[in-house]
Design a protein around this ligand. Sequence first.
Ligand code: ZN
Ligand code: ZN
Length: 260
Amino acid sequence: MVVDPWFYISLGLLAILVAAIRYTVMVGAYHLVVYKIFKTRLKKFKIKEEFPTKKVVLEEAKWALLNKVNFGFVGIGTYILYKKGYLKVYHDLDEYGLLYAILIVPVTLVLLDTYFFWIHYFMHHPRFAKKSNHRVHHLFKNVSPWSAFSVHPFEGLIEILSRPLLLMFVPLHPYSILAFLLITFGLNVMGHSGYEFFPKNYPRIPLLNLGSCSTFHFLHHRDSCYNFSLFLNVWDRIMGTMHPDYEKFYDEVMANREKR
Ligand SMILES: [Zn+2]
Ligand SMILES: [Zn+2]
């Protein structure tokens, strides 16, 4: 294989550009709708009444955009793996069938949640917490959607490596990959939105309550030794790291919703 460095440099820059535009446009759209246009109408759904200052939001966006540099390196690496045939990406939907292409998406979410839980768990482990760059993400207590990807670039690299790893072991059609990327992006933004739109009894609804929510992750930013999961909370339940006041705090958020 002839290596043209300019091709790879261009590919890396393109990956960074796409990631930065995706973040700015999608989070910006959410911010515009929820924090600006419907600010008054939706204020009863705000977890914490106060809004983060402009300075904090800019700091969130700065770390998130800095983190996009990883997309360049990982984008190039993933492309090389693909060209060398190490990825299980397939293009013919009939190869595994439509049902597989649909059902594999929730499976990838569970796998990513497991990957995230364990690296996050160790980042907060007393043995590693002081040295961990994860403290950057915890600079933000009253989170806004801009903080969804506000991590130190080193942490961002570990997290983003989950993508090529997934593609190396799980056969995925580009449509499934696209669904995975959109859903994970949306859930991450929702978890950091600072708003709780879920129903009143959500933490007590069987099965549904195995999913995470904005309040669940809000508590992680407030009290960092609990709630390490990303989309589900199954690993927190298994490992005994569910916030003991999760349901009580959720009820308080709901009570505030009714008062406002
Ligand atoms: Zn967070
Ligand atoms: Zn954390």
